[in-house]
Write a new protein. Structure first.
Lengths: 470, 422
């Protein structure tokens, strides 16, 4: 029996001494980043030039609530710049945009209708107190005595940056030129001139999208062709040289391929009619024909397919479903038009990357096209168990207009910019914590101690007519 | 004294089961073999042979019964993810698991023996808490399989035995994590729970070319676990019930993420082992085993839902596990007729490729050290083993989930087996 007692003691002893522990590290999280010298210098004066993507346009409008998440504002925030150090032309709610002429602002998602389709409608100006002729968030923003740091202007093309002084005197005719540049008060200066007057140390330049998107989003109708590639190369080079000659560093981004943008990829080319999938009839470059997988039906076509009002074709013939009522060209980027748009993107991107490569380290390049190519494959953009995709509505990257990013999409873009700025210029701007970002954006918080109960589950299917289409 | 020990064992037996191994296999199914790093397929000279190599039971006499278990205390931590903070330290909750084992065998005559084993060869458990940076991958994960394994063994000649058995495997899975509804960026808590029964077989062979040399080999087949009608449940964010907008959101969530049923197939891997044992003297025996787990069977985990969840009727998780080999070396030194000391070392290799490692199973290459002893008292034997499992730090840089960082893990294991023969 004695030996058993010894064993028992040995066993118990081994629990205590042999119970090895995992060593805890001395550092359990990173300390806040102190900006290094290169980063401090770059962000002494940070200015952004570009179009809607730089302005922070989202869900078909520009409005302060979402301008706060423009990718350049997010970069500025990461670099520690205050609202005064990085100013934006903040607009009131519901903002200026695609529906302004119809008396409405930003698109809103209002759940699903009785057919299970998402309800997406612009917020009307009526009742909001919004004045499209004085759209600014407040008098302070409107009366800022110097140009805005964010000079991104929705709708402008490359040629406008160095030439447009007003909507009337511009290539694109974008109404927002007047809002952002505030001429003649600012001496009829261009976006480039206003940028240089701020003596920038770092300029973000993401431009050229509309030189092909205008063509593509109008189904190849208006303008009838993308900007000529030689013209593009000449304008881009001259714009970049003017910036570099002023002694600033520049960060450029290239242009996403239209085939990775949900505006072009959401509406299928076939519709289900009595259980059969039938290709839509379209007005294509090569005449009226049925669509194939090679043709892209634009998001704008969605609410007109099957329309029998006669506005777009003969009355009482459902639009797109009969040879006599093809979808108008403006709703379709057909195979040939798609090839033209893709070629233009490839040409423009070649120009941009060549210029960046030959800049002697003064230019950083951001490959946004590659980011979206990655996100549009079947694995999407993985984020620690959340998968972001380029799908419309459910993908998390693109907003309700199908062209412009969401807050999170802009955060992804900001991180790409920060990576490139850090790598090229030796800066150490901290990346955005995307998981934290996701958490902060949530309108409803999951609280496991307090779980939601609906009083009557039976009413739920009726709300959506028994289905939701994602 | 015996009663107290038995009482202790029973208490732990009643507590919950489970853990992690290479992949999520558990090879610690008897304290004697465990003390020798599981190098037991050749010698297989106690009733736990039912698990390791059932041909070994032909060397036993009369009735043999053993009951025991392994206390497993794994610790795991993760530093990262780099997309959040490369230095962020996350510690999994330390849990104690207790896979039990029970063996009975009877030798009818010089030729025939039969036996029955009950053990838990697969399991995993990890609990990172419900709110941590990896919550969209895993919060609480539990997998458990209880095998019931009747075997018959036949002694063809004095130095050659063979055996065959059937496996009845009862599997339970319980997987929890947070899912995100991207349309509105709202989190939900998801729970999948399922259990099922699957079948397989095992075979073994033992050969003694000389008095001192023993060779052994054993194989345990795949077991297909077809989980049917498992419960998929969601917990929703609480809302302000006076806010119609929030009411609508909740209704939408409940519609898109209904509590529903799900089916999934999980194919458990094969076990293949070969070994050689040699008696250097009357007192000293050494054994070497080469052991392979056929983890490549775990390629993809597809859960099919009865009602669409988040608009999808199935969730596909690629696992892409690879076969994992271990090298096991064990020794026994018999100090006296009724007391033996044992030691072993094993090198265990990872089953999960680098880019597929995720927090529900933080495994990797391991160096494992074992010591133990056995004591015999009339018809009673008591075996004890201690195992220290040191896992190499595993730095992941190319995670398919974009969840990169460093996994650290170790485990303390204590094995007890009480045997009785008559």
């Amino acid at each position: 029996m004695k030996i058993l007692k010894i064993f028992l003691v040995l066993i118990l002893f081994s629990f205590f001494i042999a119970g090895c522990k995992l060593e805890e590290p001395s550092i359990k999280k990173s300390n806040p980043v102190q900006l290094n010298q290169p980063a401090q210098e770059l962000f002494m004066s940070f200015v952004a030039l570009g179009n809607s993507l730089t302005a922070g346009y989202q869900s078909a409008a520009l409005t302060a609530k979402y301008q706060e998440y423009s990718f350049v504002k997010q970069i500025a925030k990461q670099a520690g710049l205050s609202d005064d150090q990085f100013t934006q032309p903040l607009l009131g709610w519901p903002g200026l945009g695609a529906y302004t002429e119809k008396g409405a602002g930003i698109l809103q998602f209002n759940g699903f209708d009785e057919n299970g389709n998402p309800k997406i409608d612009p917020v009307p100006y009526a009742g909001t107190g919004f004045d499209p002729f004085n759209p600014f968030l407040n008098a302070e923003v409107a009366g800022l005595g110097r140009p805005y740091n964010n000079l991104g202007i929705p709708g402008i093309v490359l040629a406008d940056v160095d030439s447009a002084i007003s909507s009337a005197q511009s290539y694109s005719g974008s109404g927002l030129i007047d809002v952002v540049l505030r001429n003649p008060a600012f001496g009829n200066t261009t976006a480039l001139q206003q940028a240089l007057s701020l003596q920038p140390k770092l300029v973000s330049l993401w431009i050229g999208n509309n030189d092909v998107l205008g063509y593509a989003t109008s189904g190849g109708t208006y303008p009838p062709a993308p900007t000529d590639k030689n013209t593009f190369a000449y304008l881009y080079n001259s714009l970049l040289q003017k910036l570099l000659n002023a002694g600033t560093k520049v960060v450029l981004a290239n242009i996403p391929d239209v085939t990775n943008v949900p505006f072009f990829t959401t509406v299928p080319y076939m519709v289900e009619v009595q259980g059969n999938n039938i290709p839509l009839w379209i007005q294509a470059t090569d005449g009226v024909r049925q669509a194939t997988a090679e043709d892209l039906i634009l998001l704008t076509a969605k609410s007109y397919i099957g329309d029998v009002s006669g506005t777009y074709g003969p009355a009482d013939v459902p639009l797109g479903l009969d040879k006599s009522a093809p979808l108008p060209s403006a709703f379709v980027l057909d195979k040939q038009e798609k090839a033209i748009a893709r070629q233009a993107v490839a040409d423009f991107n070649a120009v941009i990357s060549d210029l960046a490569a030959n800049s002697g380290g003064k230019v950083a390049l951001v490959d946004i096209n590659a980011l979206l190519v990655d996100a549009s494959d079947e694995d999407g953009y993985p984020l620690a168990g959340v998968t972001l995709t380029t799908n419309f509505l459910s993908g998390g990257i693109f907003s309700l207009d199908g062209v412009h990013p969401t807050n999170l999409g802009y955060a992804l873009i900001a991180n790409e910019f920060i990576t490139s700025i850090n790598e090229t210029f030796g800066a150490n701007v901290p990346m955005i914590d995307l998981l934290q970002f996701l958490e902060e954006q949530q309108p409803l918080k999951l609280n496991l101690q307090k779980i939601a109960k609906l009083p009557n589950m039976l009413t739920i299917p009726e709300i959506f007519g028994g289905k939701i289409n994602l | 004294m015996h009663k107290k020990l038995l009482g202790l064992l029973l208490i732990v037996l009643l507590s919950s089961t489970m853990v992690f191994g290479s992949g999520f296999s558990i090879y610690e199914q008897g304290a004697k073999s465990m003390a020798m790093a599981g190098a037991f397929v050749a010698k297989a000279n106690d009733v736990s042979a039912i698990f390791f190599n059932p041909a070994g039971i032909t060397s036993l006499k009369g009735w043999n019964i053993a009951i025991g278990g392994t206390i497993i205390q794994p610790q795991a931590s993760f530093i990262g993810p780099t997309i959040k903070d490369p230095n962020l330290y996350n510690e999994a909750e330390t849990e104690t698991f207790f896979p039990p084992h029970l063996y009975v065998s009877y030798t009818f005559n010089d030729r025939f023996s039969a036996g029955l084993g009950v053990f838990v060869p697969f399991g995993l458990g990890s609990n990172w808490g419900k709110d941590w940076p990896g919550k969209y991958l895993a919060t609480i994960s539990k997998v458990q399989t209880i095998f019931i394994n009747p075997v018959i063994a036949y002694k063809i000649s004095d130095n050659l035995s063979v055996a065959v058995g059937a496996d009845i495997a009862m599997g339970d899975v319980d997987l929890e994590k947070v899912v995100n509804y991207p349309v509105r960026d709202i989190d939900l808590y998801s729970k999948l729970k399922a259990s099922t029964v699957g079948y397989g077989f095992n075979v073994g062979i033992q050969y003694k070319p000389t008095e001192k040399l023993t060779l052994g080999a054993a194989y345990r087949s795949n077991v297909m676990l077809k989980f049917k009608d498992g419960d998929a449940q969601f917990e929703y964010p609480s809302i302000d019930s006076s806010d119609p907008q929030q009411q609508l959101m909740l209704a939408e969530l409940k519609y898109l993420f209904p509590n529903t049923k799900g089916d999934a197939d999980l194919e458990l891997p094969t076990f293949t082992s070969v070994g050689i044992a040699y008696d250097f003297s009357d007192r000293l025996t050494a054994e070497f085993n080469y052991f392979v787990i056929g983890w490549s069977s775990y390629d993809v985990l597809t859960v099919k839902f009865k009602d669409p969840v988040g608009g999808k009727t199935e969730s596909v998780n690629e696992r892409k596990y690879e076969n994992s080999a271990s090298y096991r070396l064990g020794m026994e030194y018999r100090v006296s007729d009724n007391f033996a000391v044992r030691a072993g070392y094993l090198k265990d290799n990872k089953a999960v490729p680098d880019n597929r490692v995720e927090p529900s199973l933080p495994e990797g290459d391991r160096n494992i050290y074992n010591i133990g002893f056995g004591y015999k008292w009339n018809n009673l034997t008591f075996d004890f083993a201690y195992m220290l499992l040191l896992q190499d730090d595993r730095k992941i840089t190319e995670s398919v989930d974009n969840f990169n960082g460093t996994y650290k893990s170790l485990a303390n294991l204590f094995g007890f087996t009480l045997g009785y023969s008559l």
